[in-house]
Design a protein around this ligand. Structure first.
Ligand code: MG
Length: 478
């Protein structure tokens, strides 16, 4: 055997060790273990904001490496153009219209909201926990801040994060008026809490270190649970305004404060992937990177860019809901590929639950599909259609490359209350015209008929419950 004192290894020992290694590799390949899942979710990140998605002055070397080692999706969607419904869909694999996590009156949950994710919903964490997964959430939750709605009551063993948007709990007696507060943000302007489990451990949260701290907490969790399958959900508070970053990232970007913050999120991705490599977990971990909705364009250069896509956050144009998405799993997802197949954040639920060997919920309508064929085999996606909801209204629908807008409405602008009805719907071919510039509805009534049929079929199976987003805090507390 090894003579540690002399530092010598005999030839026989090497042969024996080699045989043992070979037998272990043959009899128990790492791939047999159920995969770990890591979902990294940026906030308000634009389709055009990553180096690997073509931005000319933003550096995202870690996401670029993730893409070069994995699969980049160019047609991947969130299920809603704002935070709360988008996150509800990611966590449940279902359209928010099915579980009350959307509203036409209040687009997201606020600190004075009394609602949250219904107990009857099955979250991804609950589905995986029932299969023996360790589950941790580190970041922005935004599915209800009352105890019963928090991650630790919805399938996560661990939670550390700001429970809603980082621009909430604004202190108007401290912050300068209007948007001035965002141009030179200070921690004390927003009295947002930082939670561990269900306990407030810091208020206001020092947001300058929040990206780093989410990352460190997530990596600690991975280290602690490296011997068992795990789910890590890492929804960053950045790059949602107000923009904060650590000292190391101050003034580093050629694109200003927004990208100082984005470069720290990119750093975070690099740290997580390196931790997986260091722990030899990279070949048994599927990692997704995406964003909850498009860029908040009315914040000028403090918001991101949807690149060549139209409009941004809050709208059902492509810029509001198409997200820069990357999948990474070195032993399973072939490296350096780009796919134009359709995907949705709701498909992450279905894909992860299926890969974990669990049954999908059968007592309710699920809206996700298993993306395994796209991830592993370069096959066609099972997803052929995308439904674009704004609150409770189905604004548009996509079938293959065709997208029909039944209604259009801008967002967060002076004319944002103006909804325009289109009959017949506007029709765009997103392959020929990804920027939704050239309406061709007169030339293709047969395509509109097919999309109309898709929408009619969808509506036959809808039974929307009351909105959770409209429940005031006082009602729940009584
Ligand atoms: Mg958002």
């Amino acid at each position: 055997m090894i003579d540690r004192a002399a530092g010598l290894v005999s030839p026989m020992t090497l042969l024996w060790a080699g045989a043992l290694l070979a037998s272990l590799t043959t009899s128990a390949p790492a791939a047999e273990r159920r995969p770990n899942f890591v979902i990294i979710y940026a906030d308000d990140l634009g389709y055009g904001d990553l180096g690997c998605f073509g931005h000319p002055t933003i550096r995202t070397p870690n996401l670029d490496r993730m893409a070069s080692e994995g699969l980049r999706f160019t047609q991947f969607y969130s299920a809603a153009p704002v935070c709360t419904p988008s996150r509800a869909a990611l966590m449940t694999g279902r359209l928010p219209i099915r579980n009350g996590m959307c509203s036409d009156k209040r687009r997201v949950l606020f600190p004075d909201s009394g609602g949250g994710i219904p107990e009857t919903e099955i979250t991804l964490a609950e589905a995986l926990k029932s299969q023996g997964y360790a589950t941790g959430c580190f970041g922005k939750w935004h599915l209800g801040h009352l105890p019963q709605f928090l991650p630790t009551n919805n399938g996560f063993d661990t939670y550390y994060g700001i429970p809603y948007s980082n621009d909430m709990d604004r202190l108007n007696d401290v912050a300068p008026p209007g948007r001035e507060a965002f141009w030179n943000p200070k921690i004390e302007y927003w009295n947002v809490p930082l939670l561990r489990g269900t306990e407030v451990i810091e208020r206001p949260t020092d947001q300058t270190t929040i990206t780093r701290r989410y990352t460190e907490e997530a990596i600690s969790f991975i280290r602690a649970h490296q011997e068992e399958p795990f789910l890590v959900y890492l929804p960053h508070s950045m790059v949602h305004i107000p923009l904060f970053r650590s000292d190391e990232f101050v003034g580093k970007s050629a694109r200003g404060l927004y990208v100082d913050c984005l470069e720290e999120v990119d750093w975070s991705v690099g740290q997580v992937l390196q931790a997986l490599r260091d722990l030899n977990l990279d070949e048994q971990t599927l990692v997704f990177f995406s964003s909850d909705n498009g860029p908040w364009l009315t914040f000028n250069e403090h918001g991101g860019s949807a690149g060549l896509l139209k409009d941004g956050k809050g709208t059902t144009y492509e810029g509001g809901m198409r997200e820069p998405t990357i999948a990474w799993w070195p032993s399973r997802v072939p490296s350096g590929r780009v796919t134009q197949e359709l995907g949705s954040t709701m498909d992450i639920f279905t894909t992860c639950v299926t890969l974990a060997g669990a049954d999908l919920p059968s007592d309710r309508i699920m809206d996700g599909v298993d993306l395994s064929s796209v991830l592993f085999d370069e096959g066609p996606s099972k997803r052929k259609a995308v439904l674009y909801y704004r609150g409770t209204t189905l604004m548009a629908a996509r079938l293959g490359p065709w997208k029909a807008h039944y209604f259009t409405q801008t967002s967060y602008r002076k004319d944002s209350q103006t909804r325009v009805t289109h009959d017949p719907p506007l029709l765009y071919h997103l392959g020929h015209d990804p920027g939704e510039q050239y309406n061709i509805n007169e030339a293709h009534p047969e395509i509109i008929a097919r999309i109309d049929a898709l929408v009619a079929e969808h509506r036959q199976h809808l039974d929307p419950p009351p909105s959770q987003l409209e429940i005031p805090l006082a009602v729940t507390n009584e």
